[in-house]
Design a protein around this ligand. Sequence first.
Ligand code: SF4
Ligand code: SF4
Length: 323
Amino acid sequence: MKRVRLGNTNIEVTPVGLGVLTIGYTQLDLPLDEGAALVRYAYDQGIRLFDTAQYYETYPYIREAFMDLDCSRDNPDRPIIASKSLVLTYEEMEEAIQEALRELDLDYIDIFKLHEVRQDPDWESRAGAWQCLVDYKARGVIGAIGVSTHHIDVAERMASVPECDIVFPLINYAGLGIRKGAEPGTAEEMAEAIRHCLDAGKGVFAMKAFGGGNLSGHYRQALDYVQSLGVHSIMVGMGNEEEIDRLVSYAEGTLPGDYVPDISGKRIHIDQGDCEGCGNCIDRCPNKAIFRNENGLAQVDGDVCLTCGYCAPVCPVRAIIMW
Ligand code: SF4
Ligand code: SF4
């Protein structure tokens, strides 16, 4: 598969990448050997960009998958690993970086980001964590730093932050999950912010091209749209070899033009018998997809949910399930 340089960095990635969230405990919860085998399968098929996060708890899969590979920065064929953390302070970010290095068994990580930066106040409040990333990059422990975000205003702002190398925005043709401040935003607005980031030399890889599965029935349209924006890579969460084969085939231009996937996808459900109405999931959902129903219990709006799985871990009674 061809390689693309990530903006002004010296990191080269494939035009599609594996989002490792899917195999972890918030979604498929694959056994270690199965998840690691899937990550390795993606590498063996040519994929070279792997995005994970402290929150996903998926480092063991990646370590296991690549334990026999030379993952040092001197190897141009190494898997490029990108991680990120939700933390606020310098000390917390330092711990997050050390945890990633330790659990991935690396002494260097190509990309580390602030995870899920929301409106500007959120960016400001995480200045300590950002400074830590800046310092670790200067020390040569991290290759490139950046943010992941669902927010147009954050993506727009990153275009003019000189230290920011990488922007990982949410984008899909239907605008699902895109935020602008406290309100929903549009695909056109995010596309414009992405253009500004690309013009500024940022490395851009995109998430949620399929809107968390809601656009999977329009496989080509969804990927073609995001690719047309000029992003360097599209990250896709995949849970089996067939999905990896399909994405590789798309990236290599061999996917049949009339390809239509099976869209009997998974959905998030809240067991009304178990839910205790604590509200944790409502606060956690970045897409405002959970509401309190007439019984005071949490319920998912399937039209808004992006099946990111972020809500499941905060439920004290494991009432949130995906099937
Ligand atoms: S309801 Fe849960 S899975 Fe759906 S968007 Fe919100 S956090 Fe993600
Ligand atoms: S976190 Fe769990 S118990 Fe609390 S409201 Fe959500 S589903 Fe119900």
